[in-house]
Design a protein around this ligand. Sequence first.
Ligand code: ADP
Ligand code: TRP
Length: 319
Amino acid sequence: MRILTGIQPSGTPHLGNYFGYFKQNIDLLGEEENLLMIADLHALTTVHNAQELRTFRQELSKDFLACGFDPSRGTLFFQSYVPEHTELSWILSCSTPMGLLERAVSYKDKVQQGLEANVGLFTYPVLQAADILIYDADVVPVGKDQKQHIEIARDIAQKFNHRYGSDLLSAPEPRIVENVAVIPGTDGQKMSKSYGNTIPMFGEEKVIKKAIMGIVTDSTTMEEPKNPENCVVYALHSLLLDESEKNALADRYRAGGLGYGDAKKLFFEAFMDYFGPLRERRSNLKEKDVQDVILQGSARARAIAGATIERVRTAVGLR
Ligand code: ADP
Ligand code: TRP
């Protein structure tokens, strides 16, 4: 079985990305054939500064290695280093009905958020379908927000197969990661770089501290008992704890006498303890070694993509 997943290098990763993406994809490694793609071409839809894109992409590669990605157990690569993705994307777009993309919610959401309504943003799902179909991926583990994109990829594969041959492209199963809760940001909404409410796990210590000390809380005084279930500080802190530690912390909230300032300091300390070893590993990474991982991963990915694109070229009459 082949598993493919992707993430855009469009910002600085945060705690929500760590628990919603990095950790579970790294935990999956080794069981099956795993391909992990840094979707730099997709990021071009919103990142319009060259230096910024270059930095995000390189930093994201380091983040994966720091979080425990082992290149001997999976393939980490840059989307743009496998140009067959864009060729397949074009070919697929010529069998994709406009209506399919017009129904996509992510385009509308992004434009509503104020992003530029460029054509790339509109055809984004076709490129994502190419990413998936070019590897004959069996499973694509994604969060709920990506479910429609996987369904579109299945529809695109069906349209294409209907026109050119029944078994040319195989449609993947989405493996929706239901058990991962949406991690709240410092303002209590979903943590997201677009909301400016993130805690970056590899950020400077003072940035992390400032974000944690700024988490919204209610006006319960220090002495009063607190309900951990309604508290963002507890929700985030408990991600880092095992069951018994979680219960012990919840008891302290309920007992009263723990002010929010102190609760945040406890969370900050736990955060630095949890991410300390990852931060250390990250600071010891050498640029050259990171680049080698990407170059080798991209070559491995390209070998698979090359076989699919040849099959597709022949089927459509380009061979
Ligand atoms: P952002 O919302 O910060 O722009 P992305 O949309 O680039 O993040 O998400 C990258 C990955 O991280 C996706 O797989 C997404 O499901 C996951 N993710 C992002 N934010 C959260 C969150 N707050 N809780 C859980 N998972 C998240
Ligand atoms: N659209 C995905 C996101 O924003 C990233 C992505 C690009 C992806 N290509 C993919 C995810 C292929 C899974 C499979 O999170």
